[in-house]
Design a protein around this ligand. Sequence first.
Ligand code: AMP
Length: 211
Amino acid sequence: MNLVLFGPPGAGKGTQARVLQESRGWPQLSTGEMLRDACRRGTQLGVKCRELMDRGELVPDEIVVGIIADRLDQPDCADGAVFDGFPRTIAQAEALDAILAKRGRQIDLVIELKVKDEILVARVEQRIRDGGQSRADDTPQTLRHRLSVYYKNTCPLLDYYRAQGKLAGVDGMAAIPAVTAAITALIERGSQSGAAPVSAAETQNSRVAKL
Ligand code: AMP
């Protein structure tokens, strides 16, 4: 199954993608992780992207689309993958559809992790208090900017996937195992019916308090 985990920065997409990688063997394709790795290794790509990433801006579509196209050709993606932090723009989603179609595949399910903005900010503040901040963009100020980028550029994808009948949603504010259970139920339902589950309650975009 090719599954997109969708949601604002800090919603828990990475945590849930790692769980799915472990339990189902679908690799976690996190463009953020791949770009951070390029930054750490000091590659040309990393140098080009670092400043944008530190400011919480998106890197250009062609860069992330190229990374994902290469990654999907690797054999571990043959049975599917979990997309984490990609696509983030309509252009990326269209490119992803085309890349998968060329390989005779498609996105099967998109799961939105719904988390209120104030909870995302509180989580970052808590990480900093605990001394657990590990990324330059993991500050309340940059998170607020990343959220505004998310609402402007990424949220329109909800309509894109809703129109394709692929969108479902879970409460991302529940405890981690409860979120995993909700995701598992959606995957099971999706693979039984051959189509993604869609209901008004599930797909309603829970746009929450603006910062
Ligand atoms: P993430 O780890 O997914 O929060 O991504 C960290 C940063 O990497 C983002 O704030 C962007 O600067 C960049 N990035 C990751 N994925 C994408 C993407 N799909 N499109 C554009 N920029 C991205």
